[in-house]
Design a protein around this ligand. Structure first.
Ligand code: PGA
Length: 245
């Protein structure tokens, strides 16, 4: 099971201390099954990467520029810069960045550049509330996958994070039955399209230590992308413990 902490634009050097608790947990035999990945802001990536180097915890970036190496792009960070400091994962396509202008075409370029740098992709997809009300969820998800992964043949290093946009940060999760059907659809679609038997599917959106008990019952879900609750180590640990009993 994957437990991915998306810290968004939160966290300072002081926050590193609280992660030590999670490192200790990850060393226990019982939690060997937990694949923990921390995605802090760029400013903390190097420190996280050093802190977790000799542990089973991995680090990930939250976004990148579409060009692989370097260029005159003020404020941007390239996949090469990210991978060169020992970071192994990268979140691409998060709805908060889609709102800021990342469309499927740009996302596709970012994924290809990142894959060239051997980064594993946490590829976020999800429908808005408007799209859901118009019954367009399946159409939107398929389109995001088709366009986001254009010219990509192998998906071994891609985790698919289904995050309904309306669930992110709202405290609301989809009805378990609906979610199960959505995941079944995704699994079938991705398996057929990429001739890949068991794509890694994870869920994100208001995951907490209570609803994770329901969410983990969905067989297709192989992990969680956790925003708000991951910034508090106790809550994050609770989520891991409730999932892996
Ligand atoms: P949330 O965020 O857990 O705070 O809803 C999830 C995400 O944005 O990845």
């Amino acid at each position: 099971m994957y437990f991915i902490a998306n810290w968004k634009m939160y966290g300072s050097l002081n926050s590193l201390n609280s992660v030590k608790k999670v490192i200790r947990l990850s060393k226990k035999k019982k939690f060997k099954r937990a694949k923990i990945i921390y995605c802090p802001p760029y400013t903390l990536l190097n420190d996280f990467s050093k802190l977790t180097k000799k542990t089973r915890i991995k680090t990930g970036a939250q976004n990148c520029h579409e060009l692989e190496f370097a260029g005159p792009f003020t404020g941007s960070v390239s996949p090469h810069m990210i991978s060169s400091i020992g970071v192994k994962y990268i979140i691409i396509g998060h709805s908060e960045n889609r709102f800021l202008g990342d469309n499927n075409l740009i996302i596709n370029k970012k994924i290809i550049s990142s894959m060239n740098q051997k980064l594993k992709i946490i590829f976020c997809i999800g429908e808005t509330i408007k799209e859901r009300k118009e019954n367009k969820t399946t159409y939107v998800l398929k389109k995001q996958i088709i366009m986001g992964l254009k010219n990509i043949k192998k998906i071994d290093n891609i985790l698919f994070a289904y995050e309904p946009v309306w669930s992110i940060g709202s405290g609301i999760i989809p009805k378990i039955n609906d979610l199960q059907n959505q995941f079944k659809m995704l699994k079938k679609f991705i398996s057929n399209r990429f001739k890949y038997k068991n794509p890694t599917l994870i869920y994100g959106g208001s995951v907490n230590q209570k609803n994770v008990i329901l969410l983990k019952q969905i067989n297709e879900i192989k992990g969680f992308l956790v925003g708000g609750a991951s910034q508090n180590s106790n809550k994050f640990i609770d989520i891991i413990k409730k999932t892996i009993i």
